[in-house]
Write a protein that binds this ligand. Structure first.
Ligand code: ZN
Length: 596
């Protein structure tokens, strides 16, 4: 018996020794915290992160609970955990300008009620915890109320929330680069980790997020005020151990508000604009664009600076990295992938390959801009507003991106595969010039009704030629339904349409000369002869009457429909609209996105 026991023990020890020998070198388990905001529809790729901070929840109006932006998106974000068991999702409460913290934290009753409501949302939304983003206790810089007692009350609040959500859930917070406003030694026992917002430390002519302010030789960068290194040091000095710190990295830059907007997403940074050049700050370890005099006009981060910041995180032994925010990265994910590759274990990053294959259909196919105006006749504004809804609906499920811009033609048209113009064309000289440049260099245009209107008073010869060399001759009035004859059955825009359909009520323009007389024009639909005479006030008695066409010198379709509130009520006509959009986009100089 004894002998058998010895043998058993020996065998057990052997097994243990084997197990120990086989245990692989564990990769340090660093984390990547991605802020994901409530407005976009794009879904984050969980292989690039371990934590999502959903932004934002807020203190409610009665100071005793939580209000969440876009709850349905939060549900779909937490649903990502099903296929990504490593992923943790927290609700971030606060954000710049998000107030009512001071009032909430001031009384025991409100604090307890708020903490209880945090526990409720954690349970209700299947969350892993709460991230506090009060910017900042005792400060009204963001236009929110504050009190000298905020710091003290914050500590009590943190204890209450911890008590309410329990020890297994995460409680984290965002902290500004100066590490002020919070008694860290008091809150640390209740906090899992602190995200250091090492950005917005300067605006042009200073860097947004320098890594260092000076090098080892003592040379100071002329563009750096604060630095990520100093922000981390400030938090270490405040008594936070390095294992509880993540370094925040911006996926956006700051412009000088002249050459660039204040905030510029990484995805919107093409090559520097004319007259500007890209530089690398050897001391601050970040890139920037400068003008001819060397003045910094855009400060940002790129793959190189992000890689160096990740190396800094590893060298310093920090818990990990954080970034604001996922949607700022470019479509290929250059920055978020870099951060994941630098900091995350291979088992998470390589989950990407599997997901990439099975999620390929979820990649955004293209990007469209809808430009419209309310400062037009009422029936045109009605159509434009319906067009916004119509095209927005077509983006459901994340297939493509639609940006909507009212009265203002965005500066970077080249970011779009197509520009949709319901009932209005660019009016100012500079907008017209930019639109012309865009169209002459591969741009896409889907124009409706009033967008094509031009006459002697328009004073834009290029646009008349663009439309086919035609100007407004006369119109039918009042708006009424019409029998449409579909032309060109071999054309992708009309191939799947019936040869005739009755279009809902609209106003039609007749043109001179006849667009069909221009060899560059392919007519796709016309008014059938049976309609004539058409109109009661303004009567058209006949003649060739094209209503949809393309100028083959450009990537464009003009559609005459678009007056009043009925244009989207016919399924056949809606298909025509969608076909036109699809065809324009399919000929993008970047390649046909529907073939990808
Ligand atoms: Zn009209």
């Amino acid at each position: 018996m004894m002998k058998r026991l010895v043998w058993t023990l020996a065998a057990l020890m052997l097994v243990c020794a084997n197990l120990m020998a086989q245990r692989p070198n564990r990769e340090p388990s660093r984390i990547v915290v991605a802020y994901v905001t409530s407005n976009p529809t794009v879904m984050p790729d969980p292989s690039r992160m371990t934590h999502i901070n959903y932004a934002f929840g807020h203190v409610n109006d009665t100071f005793n609970g939580v209000r969440i932006n876009n709850e349905s998106r939060l549900h779909s974000i937490t649903a990502l955990k099903k296929d990504a068991p490593w992923l943790k999702v927290c609700l971030s409460i606060g954000g710049w300008g998000s107030g009512r913290f001071s009032e909430m934290a001031a009384t025991d009753e409100n604090r307890k009620a708020f903490a209880a409501d945090c526990a409720r949302v954690v349970a209700e939304f299947d969350l892993d915890g709460i991230d506090l983003d009060w910017e900042y206790p005792t400060s009204s810089a963001a236009g929110i109320s504050s009190s000298p007692d905020d710091t003290k009350n914050f500590t009590i609040l943190v204890k209450e929330i911890r008590k309410a959500i329990g020890p297994r859930k995460l409680l984290t917070m965002a902290s500004p680069s100066n590490a002020r406003f919070v008694d860290f030694p008091d809150v640390l026992p209740y906090m899992d980790f602190i995200n250091v917002m090492a950005y917005d430390m300067g605006r042009p002519p200073r860097h947004n997020a320098a890594l260092y302010r000076q090098d080892e030789a003592g040379n100071v960068s002329p563009f750096a005020r604060g630095s990520a290194d100093r922000a981390i040091q400030a938090h270490l000095d405040a008594g936070i151990p390095k294992e509880k710190l993540t370094l925040g990295m911006p996926l956006y830059g700051h412009g000088d508000r002249k050459n660039y907007n204040d905030y510029v997403d990484f995805k919107d940074m093409a090559a520097p604009k004319e007259g500007l050049t890209e530089h690398w700050d050897e001391i601050a370890r970040v890139p920037y664009y400068a003008d001819a005099e060397g003045k910094l006009v855009l400060s940002f981060d790129n793959v190189r600076s992000i890689t160096e910041k990740c190396q800094y995180i590893k060298d310093k032994g920090l818990l990990g990295g954080m970034y604001w925010e996922y949607i700022c990265d470019n479509p290929s994910g250059d920055l978020t992938r870099t951060i994941a590759n630098q900091l995350l274990p291979k088992r998470i990053v390589s989950a990407q390959a599997v997901r990439k294959a099975s999620y390929a259909g979820n990649e955004k196919r293209f990007r469209a801009l809808l430009y419209y105006s309310d400062k037009v006749e009422e029936a045109h504004s009605q159509f434009a507003n319906q067009a916004v809804q119509f095209f927005k609906k077509l983006t459901v499920g994340d297939g493509w991106t639609l940006d909507v811009s009212k009265d203002k033609l965005p500066s970077d048209l080249f970011a779009y595969d197509v520009v949709i113009m319901p009932d209005v064309a660019p009016g100012s000289k500079s907008d017209r010039a930019r639109f012309q440049e865009y169209m002459e260099n591969g741009g896409g245009w889907l124009g409706f009704h009033g967008a094509g209107y031009n006459d002697a008073s328009t004073g834009w010869d290029w646009f008349r030629d663009f439309l086919g060399g035609v100007s407004f001759l006369c119109n039918t009035w009042p708006p009424q339904p019409a029998l449409i004859e579909v032309d060109g059955f071999d054309h992708p825009v009309t191939r799947n349409l019936p040869s005739r359909y009755v279009a809902p009520s609209t106003e039609y323009y007749q043109w001179q000369p006849d667009p069909r007389s221009n060899p560059d024009i392919v007519v796709l639909a016309s008014l059938a002869r049976e309609n004539f005479p058409m109109g009661l006030k303004d009567v058209v008695f006949g003649g060739d009457f094209p209503v949809v066409w393309t100028n083959t010198n450009y990537r464009m379709v003009y559609i005459n429909m678009g007056h009043g509130d009925e244009s989207f009520t016919d399924a056949t006509q809606n298909l025509l609209f969608i076909n036109a959009l699809r065809w324009i986009v399919s000929r993008s100089p970047k390649g046909d996105p529907f073939q990808k």
